[in-house]
Design a binder for this molecule. Structure first.
Ligand code: CP
Length: 302
């Protein structure tokens, strides 16, 4: 059976830890690119993004190239999608053309449910609606693990539009696996209820002094029908700024999956604050995706 990379929930915690360790190994190999350039030689991946992306698409491409693979970047706007071709037929076409794996992003939460059993090559979830973003989850775990040397028992707050965030979705799955705590903060109505025993609703200003990490999320206006955001009042209530940073522990770190809206959920000066690991997350995105691509090919070798 083909092994797809669709959700962190399908991995055991030791298997996820092995992926984190492999990603960390790749992070140490940047000075010796020749040592790893053969690992996916002669493989071809297709990047198929039906939603915009900067970090995920570029880092999957760089990850593939670092391991010696080639990449086809499929752009729906310039393709036969414009002539009515369906998602299934588009992916099936790429499979027929001979790619070895498809990195796929779509706005439908459940897009993989009807696709995954119809393909004889690995499908890699690069973001499915507001459901899961498992490669982002892996890079977030890598960043936390590099920082604290462990995941179990950590306290991570997430503040923002959690209801529409696939990043928060994957983090909550990971919290269950590794037994760390996630505290959800943000506007009432944008925080989902959860039955995960490691996830708690919380008050932003009360939880900030207690956490190891705060992950800020933007309001995903593209997933709201009617919400009108007043950036100034949002920032006052839920923005991370120097005043709030002053209440945090000096060893606590700031995370944000990007893209970030400076001055809304995070103030301009905090993006590159010494406690910020936002750009570290982006770098780790390449290493995490190298581990995922390698897993996808090795796990499917007969
Ligand atoms: N974090 C993230 O998924 O960013 P992109 O939308 O730019 O890929």
């Amino acid at each position: 059976m083909i092994k797809h990379f669709l959700s962190l929930s399908s991995f055991s915690s030791p298997d996820l830890q092995a992926l984190i360790d492999r990603a960390h190994f790749f992070s140490l190999e940047t000075k010796h690119p020749d040592k790893i350039r053969h690992l996916l030689k002669n493989k071809i991946f297709a990047n198929v993004f039906y939603e915009p992306s900067t970090r995920t698409r570029c880092s999957f491409e760089i990850a593939a190239k670092r391991l010696g693979a080639e990449v086809v970047n499929f752009v729906p706007e310039n393709s036969s999608v414009k002539k009515g071709e369906t998602v299934y037929d588009t992916l099936k076409t790429l499979e027929s053309l001979g790619v070895d794996g498809i990195v796929f992003r779509h706005s439908d939460d459940h897009v993989f449910d009807f696709l995954h059993h119809k393909f004889d090559l690995p499908l890699l979830n690069a973001g499915a609606g507001k459901n899961e973003h498992p490669s982002q989850g892996l890079l977030d775990l890598l960043t936390l693990h590099q920082e604290f040397g462990k995941l179990e028992g950590l306290n991570v707050a997430v503040c923002g539009d959690i209801k529409h965030s696939r990043v928060a979705g994957s983090l909550m799955v990971a919290a269950e696996k590794f037994k760390f705590n996630v505290f959800l903060c943000g506007p009432e109505g944008l925080i989902q209820e959860t039955r995960n025993v490691h996830v708690f609703k919380s008050h932003f200003d009360e939880i900030l002094p207690k956490v190891d990490a705060i992950m800020m999320l933007r309001i995903q206006l593209e997933r709201h029908d009617e919400l009108e955001l007043d950036p100034v009042s949002y920032h006052k209530q839920f923005g991370l700024n120097q005043k709030r940073m002053n209440t945090m522990r000096k060893d606590a770190i700031i995370l944000h999956p990007g893209p970030f809206n400076r001055g809304v959920e995070i103030s301009d000066d905090i993006v590159e604050h010494e406690q910020s690991r936002i750009f570290k997350q982006m770098s780790n995105g390449v290493f995490a995706r190298m581990a995922i691509l390698e897993w996808a090919i090795q796990g499917n070798r007969s």
